[in-house]
Each structure stands twice: as C-alpha cells, then as structure tokens.
Design a protein around this ligand. Sequence first.
Ligand code: AMP
Length: 304
Amino acid sequence: MSLLAVGTLAFDDIETPHGRAEMVVGGACTYIALAASYFVQPVQLVSVVGDDFPESTLDDLRSRGVDLQGLQIMEGKKSFYWAGKYHRDLNSRDTLDTQLNVLADFNPIVPPAFRKPDFLMLGNLTPQIQMQVIDQLEERPKLIALDTMNFWMNSAWDDLMKVIKRIDMLIINDEEARQLSGEHALLKAANIIHEMGPKYVVIKKGEHGALLFHEGKTFFAAGLPLAEVIDPTGAGDTFAGGFMGALAARGDLSFAGMKRAIIYGSAMASFCVEKFSTERLADLDENLIRERVEQFAELVNFQV
Ligand code: AMP
C-alpha cells in the first residue's frame, strides 16, 4: 500500500515551560512522513521548501524511506516559518507568527509516480493547495484524510468547505472542531462536520486522547499519562502520520481496523512530545513502538 503525504516542511520557533528551540525543523508533513515511515514504505511526499532548508533533514527523510520526488526547492526563497508559545498546561498554545514564504505561491505538482496512492494524507496547508493535489490524482485513494487549523478557517473558509466535501476523514483538534461547527459538544460538532462531507471525524484532545466518530459509532483513545512533556509541537501531525501509516500497512478499513490505527497514531504522538522538534521521532524502532502500543492497551483494559 502507498501513502501520499502533503503538508508543510518548516522552521519553527518554539517556547514551552521547558525552554526554547529556535529555528528548528518542523512542519506538518515532516512529522507525518517520519511517523508514517515506521509502518509504510515508501511514503511519497509533496511539499515545498526554500533553499534555506537543511539538506541533512532531507537526507534523514530519504534514509527513512520517504520519497522526495514531489518536493520543490525554491531558489532564493525562505521556507515556511511558524512561531508558537505553549501555556503552562502544555495543552494550549498561542501562534506568535506565521510566515507563509514559499507557501504563498506554491503550485503543487504531484509526480506521475505518485498519482495513484492507496492513501492520501492532506496535512495542514492552504485548502486550495490541498484541493489541487486531489485534482491531480488519477484514481481515488481508498481513504483521503485532511488536517486543518483555525488559521485556514479564518483566512480561507470557502476553499476549506470545498475541499472538506471531497474527503473521507477530517482530523482536527477539539478547539478547531468547535470553531468549524459552531457547536461546543463534540458529538454534535462531529455530526455537523459529517454533514459537510467526511464520513469519519477524528477529534484530537491533546494529552487527553482522541475521539473517532463514524456512522453513529464512537471510539475513544486515551492519552498515555507521561512523566514529562517537553514539546507538544507536531503531536497532532505525528498522530495523523502514525494513524495513516498503520492503516496503510494493513489496509483494514473496518471500524476495528480504524480503532487499532488510532492507537498506533496515539503511540507515535506520545513519543513525539518527549523531545523538542522531530528529535524523538528519528530514533524509534518497531519494538519500542510495539511496547508503547501495549501500554495503551493495558491503560484501558478492564473486566465488565
Ligand atoms: P501540530 O502541533 O501537530 O499542530 O503541528 C505543528 C506544526 O505545524 C509546526 O511544526 C508548524 O510548522 C506547522 N504549522 C503551524 N501553522 C501552520 C499552518 N498555518 N499551516 C501549515 N502548517 C502549520
């Protein structure tokens, strides 16, 4: 099974109660591709960077089996930049700055070899670009998932509504689900989002886990209590990448298969927050991931 991942490769400035990380590598697609690469090979990537993006990060992605044929490198331009500051609870944050740079006039080109992916993960990005990617595919993937955020709801609502109509699954956090639907109760919010198009809705609740809604059924994946959270940046994207990777590895789209993949996504996100930037995601292996998934199973295991 193949997975096509689209989203930002970025520089981030991050401030958490544990310290600061300046101009570190981030971006939705970086996290998605790294997380998914533990389950599915190759991960096909479509994105854009300036000529300031570190070659060493691109080499790391290549060495993890990420195919970068769809990456455009714009000479003389700067990569996407985001700055954020986390509150003391580490569950909420303020965006201090977003500089689109190369993203402002990005025209995504899906290479011919990437036009029939089994799975498509549209990471957080301009809705119009997400749409342009769908338009270039030659066959409809088995599942199209999309992540977005308040930034795009505020600046590109109409385009967002158009692309949301064409996807199977929306993956967003609780605050964004409330903004998108105008409903506070997440069950009602999910129902309103279903009406916008996606038959699956995943609502991430930061350290408190994630909910999956589909055809009247609900699944809750708990968040694993961790001794220390250093940097939550990218946890949502890592969740999405781990989820899509695990789904693509088995190709099981039953509700049970979705539940299993959600736990794999949660496990990958629990690693991501243990260090700044993508550092923790670079040094995992199958056994560590398996052990973490077993901890998730143990956490909610009880006799009725
Ligand atoms: P997450 O913590 O999972 O929401 O993802 C954080 C990552 O998303 C950071 O590494 C940022 O570079 C990237 N990011 C932040 N804002 C945006 C945006 N408006 N569009 C695309 N990517 C973004």
